[in-house]
Unconditional design. Structure first.
Lengths: 391, 622
């Protein structure tokens, strides 16, 4: 893992904006695919100069809806990457895709271009729910797309959104049971969250959209764990489930606080450079991003050196999301911070974390996962510089 | 709500203070005060009197000249006594000097009121001709009668359509027992009948008595700090005179000062040569702080001393105590300075530093009453810009210890071990409530609920007068608020401290997550503890946000839990989707959370919002 290096490529366009989505996605294309490719090429060149001597272990095309790009464009990008860094033979190369029939038809082309894993935005297996979620596909198309993806790629994942308005545990049990039977080896199961700036947010504020309360949502979460465990798809992260070995390596890179470059508009990266660990991010607007790349060779609008404490906080935020937990000795090695032993004991006493002093690993328990934001807040408040610690 | 009280039995009057039968040269002086309920027109009448006597030009005439403090004007109450000397040419062709003392109009300042009244020979009883007599008015009239005042009833707002002078006249006779047949009918607002008021003052009120040649004897009526003059002392001279350069002695502590200036208020400050027997005015004498001057003290000559000090003097005695803590602990030093500066001008409140595990550093303040406390709190917040947390008000308990010693307790936190206490005494009050009879049932229930003992219940027209004995500790919490709410604001209330009585009193602690929260502990009567404990726990359960763990909230007496609520653990707070791009955003959220934490008080592992401390004390029992 120490040598892992991931590349994230952001494709900013979607066929339509979903009412729950607050990601950097745009419908109107102001930038041609050729123009996009040219800018990606320049930006990759910039990153190669900035962070050479790394082997690429994962590449992730996210968006937006990157399956809307021509498979050739993806192939060209992969070729560019391979020309700039060595790419590990078993590198995980993921494409986010929508399960519309048009896109499913291009799966073979993406496969030929070098994509070896797809993540399908299925979101629901019910037509009326897909309409509510503003999706352009129906349930039949979703099932077909999963089948086509399974035929074309060794590794396939799909996403579902649950804890939807009015969803009962029985509804969810039925839907998830089908999903588990369709799943090859990986499922992402996200609870619906109402994010500022989305259409759902406005409806919610106006009282026209009611999502399940905390207790109901918690019960649905428990049900999810139960069903997935029984199906051999345990959670390895708050919302991600996989058969052992099928975990998304690229995403694990984020959660394990590894190194990754974010290419394209509104992409984020974390790179370890001689000056320290940097948080980098690019201009979100596609046209402005392209202009910026044209002008300065990259689309960066933020390039901040993270303090030790900020790094420690980020490691906590990401590391506690995964079931393997956070390696405390690594936390201290990277950041110079440790968590007060007393706080760990206290939270363990509450049943919120598991902490094995010998192994130096801290994990959130099921209860702890459900209140992870608070847990992280508490632990972040109990970080101390390791040299000050006496025990 | 108006509150008035009569603490000190004040039998000392102008007549008794002086040598009998002397000083006919004082015949041109009248000293009087005005007794009225809030909004019945006291200040308006005072303004009219000043205007007619030419004390101020129309341009200088500001609405309600006498209530000069912003807070006083806003609340319609007078906190410091003020005086004005009026020059009046009466219809008998003679010129008179009329001294009006405006008294503090609140029960908390009952002692100050009694001293102000003792400085006069008569009063105007101003009653709203449609509203009638209120509890506060009643108490002050009794106090005036105790001071042998001649009282002139005045029916104000006679020009309003709702005015019923005959009914109110009858009410004055029924409720107060005062002959109201010659009551004046006026409208202070329009000026109607005000000239007759001045004539009545001259003709119906007695002139003061006093011996101009006797040794100086003066009563210290009030004092305050003036930025230019230093401490200004308001006095009523009984015998003799005081002039610039004279050396005087304060009889309570023997302190000697040389007078810098003497003068009168007309109502503007005017310096004069001397103040003589029968006169009211002020002096300054390089006195450093208001606390050096005590209301009711006797002032005499340094060498030529009066034989007897005036009776009725007593030092200010704080009745209600509470903790004041800055919301922002960084403001503690600002608060200390603000307290010091307030005390410069108000010697009747005292304070000492207090440390609370929950609230950090602050001050324990002793006040004359709840309104006084509120005035102080508001002035600190308003004039010094300090946000404050106020802890539960507490009364002064007298503890009798098993070893025979006795001590006072101002703070529940100071409660000694129960085994060392033989008995605890608590102060009781005699409360008078005047209320329209449709609300009588609610008032009686409220008083009964608060351990009250009914003393009297009578009717005057459609209004009931209820007299109850109540433990003060049941009143300091929220009695006023409850009374106001159960009577839709139609009750008027007045009380006086009556006596200390032994009670079955216990200290109720509040434990949040098994940790005692000192700022929430209180002394309660055992019979009331269960209910208070339950209400408190329920309140806190609403006020404390859910945590990651379950939080028991308990009320306990000694080790015994008497009420319990459980705040269940937070069930869910987790970001569903979190990828590389979200890290920065999440870190910013974390920073925001850290900011929010500053508004909470950490108690053990539980964060209690500051507003919970105040809100928890507002007991809504219905």
């Amino acid at each position: 893992m120490k040598n892992s290096f991931g590349i994230y490529i952001h494709w900013p366009y979607c066929a339509a904006k979903c009412p729950y989505c607050d990601f950097n996605s745009h419908v109107k294309r102001e930038l041609s695919e050729a123009g996009y490719l040219a800018s990606i090429r320049r930006e990759l060149g910039y990153y190669a100069a900035l962070s050479p001597q790394r082997s690429v272990t994962s590449i992730f095309f996210g968006g937006g809806t990157p399956s809307l790009m021509q498979p050739e464009t993806a192939g060209r990008i992969l070729d560019i990457i391979a020309g700039l860094w060595p790419v590990e033979p078993d590198a995980e190369i993921t494409l986010e895709a929508n399960p519309s029939s048009v896109e499913a038809d291009s799966f073979a082309g993406f496969r030929a271009a070098g994509i070896n894993r797809v993540s399908l935005g299925v979101q629901s297996l019910h037509d009326e729910q897909l309409q509510f979620l503003g999706r352009l596909h129906n349930a039949a198309e979703a099932r077909a797309a999963i089948a086509i993806a399974n035929a074309n790629f060794d590794r396939v994942s799909f996403d579902l959104i649950y804890a939807r308005p009015g969803q009962t545990p029985d509804d969810w049990r039925a839907e998830l049971t089908e999903a588990v039977s369709l799943a090859a080896g990986h499922l992402s199961l996200y609870q619906l969250t109402i994010e500022p700036g989305t259409a759902f947010y406005r409806l919610h504020e106006a009282g026209k959209l009611r999502v399940p309360g905390d207790d109901a949502a918690a019960a649905l979460y428990e049900l999810t764990q139960e069903l997935c465990n029984a199906a051999g798809l345990p959670a390895y992260e708050i919302s991600n489930h996989a058969r052992p070995g099928e975990e998304a390596r690229h995403n694990l890179l984020y959660w394990r606080y590894g190194e990754y470059a974010g290419i394209g508009p509104g992409a984020h990266g974390r790179l370890i450079l001689p000056e320290g660990r940097l948080a980098l991010s690019t201009e979100p607007d596609p046209a402005k991003w392209a202009a910026l790349v044209n002008q300065q060779g990259n689309g960066l609008i933020h390039r901040d050196r993270l303090s030790d404490q900020e790094q420690a906080e980020e490691m906590l935020m990401m590391g506690l999301r995964i079931s393997n937990g956070l390696d405390l000795s690594r936390l201290t090695a990277i950041t110079g911070y440790r968590i007060e032993a007393e706080a760990l004991e206290m939270l363990e006493g509450d049943g919120l974390i598991q902490h094995s002093p010998g192994a130096g690993i801290v994990k959130a328990t099921r209860t702890g996962q459900l209140v992870l934001n608070r847990l992280i807040e508490t632990l972040a408040g109990r970080l101390q510089r390791a040299e000050h610690a006496l025990t | 709500m108006s509150i008035q009280d009569q603490t000190a039995p004040a039998n000392d009057t102008g007549k008794k203070m002086s040598a009998e039968g002397k000083a006919p040269s004082l015949a041109h002086i009248r000293n009087f005060s005005i007794i009225a309920h809030i909004d019945h027109g006291k200040s308006t009448l005072a303004d009219r009197l000043i205007q007619i006597c030419g004390g101020l030009t129309d341009r200088e005439m500001k609405e309600q000249v006498l209530d000069s403090m912003e807070l006083e004007r806003e609340r319609g109450i007078t906190i410091k006594a003020q005086t004005v000397r009026l020059k009046y040419s009466a219809s008998d062709g003679k010129d008179y000097v009329l001294n009006l003392i405006d008294t503090p109009g609140h029960v908390d300042f009952a002692y100050e009121v009694s001293r102000s009244l003792a400085a006069c020979e008569g009063s105007l009883l101003v009653v709203d001709a449609s509203q009638g007599v209120e509890a506060q008015t009643l108490a002050n009239v009794y106090k005036a009668l105790e001071n042998d005042h001649e009282i002139i009833p005045v029916l104000n707002k006679i020009d309003l359509p709702a005015a019923e002078p005959d009914r109110i006249r009858q009410q004055i006779e029924d409720v107060i027992g005062l002959d109201a047949s010659d009551a004046l009918e006026i409208s202070a607002k329009s000026g109607l009948g005000v000239a007759e008021v001045l004539e009545a003052i001259v003709q119906r009120l007695p002139a003061p008595y006093g011996d101009l040649n006797a040794p100086l004897k003066a009563m210290l009526v009030d004092s305050w700090y003036d930025a230019y003059l230093g401490v200004v002392v308001l006095v009523r001279v009984i015998d003799g005179k005081m002039a610039k350069g004279d050396k005087i002695r304060l009889m309570s502590n023997g302190a000697i000062y040389q007078i810098d200036r003497v003068g009168v208020f007309q109502p503007k400050r005017e310096m004069c040569d001397k103040l003589s027997a029968g006169e009211i005015g002020f002096f300054t004498a390089a006195i450093k702080q208001v606390a050096d001057t005590r209301v009711g003290d006797t002032i005499t000559g340094e060498k030529r001393m009066t034989a007897n000090a005036l009776p009725g003097f007593k030092p200010a005695q704080p009745v209600v105590f509470c903790g004041l803590f800055p919301v922002d602990s960084a403001q503690f030093e600002d608060l200390r300075e603000a307290m010091g500066r307030l005390r410069l001008n108000d010697a009747s409140f005292e304070y000492e530093m207090e440390t609370s595990a929950a609230l950090g550093f602050g001050f324990r303040c002793g006040c004359l009453g709840l309104l006084h406390l509120e005035v102080i709190r508001e002035r600190l917040e308003r004039e010094f810009n300090i946000d404050l947390i106020t802890t539960a008000p507490s009364v002064v308990y007298k503890l009798h210890m098993t070893d025979g010693s006795a001590q006072e307790m101002h703070n529940p936190a100071d409660m000694p071990e129960v085994v060392k206490i033989d008995s605890i005494e608590e102060p009781w009050i005699k409360a008078t409530v005047l209320v329209p009879d449709e609300y009588l049932g609610s008032v009686l229930k409220l008083c009964e609920d608060r351990r009250g003992r009914q003393i009297d219940l009578s009717y005057a027209g459609s209004r009931a007068m209820v007299v109850y004995e109540l433990p003060l500790n049941e009143v300091v919490f929220d009695f006023y608020d409850r009374l106001k709410s159960v009577t839709s604001g139609y009750a008027s209330f007045d009380y006086e401290i009556s006596a200390y009585e032994v009670g079955d009193l216990v200290k109720m602690s509040i434990l949040v997550n098994a940790e005692p929260v000192d700022a929430l502990s209180m002394i309660v009567h055992r019979s009331r503890s269960q209910q208070r404990g339950r209400v408190m726990c329920e309140k806190l359960k609403e006020l404390i946000p859910r945590h990651m763990f379950q939080i028991p909230i308990q009320a306990a007496i000694g080790g015994k839990v008497i009420a319990r609520e459980t705040l269940s653990a937070l069930r869910k707070d987790v970001t569903a989707k979190c990828y590389g791009g979200d890290v920065s955003r999440k870190r910013k959220l974390l920073d925001k959370q850290k900011e929010g934490k500053k508004k909470m008080r950490q108690f053990g592992r539980v964060e209690i919002p500051q507003e919970a401390f105040v809100a928890a004390l507002k007991m809504d029992e219905n």
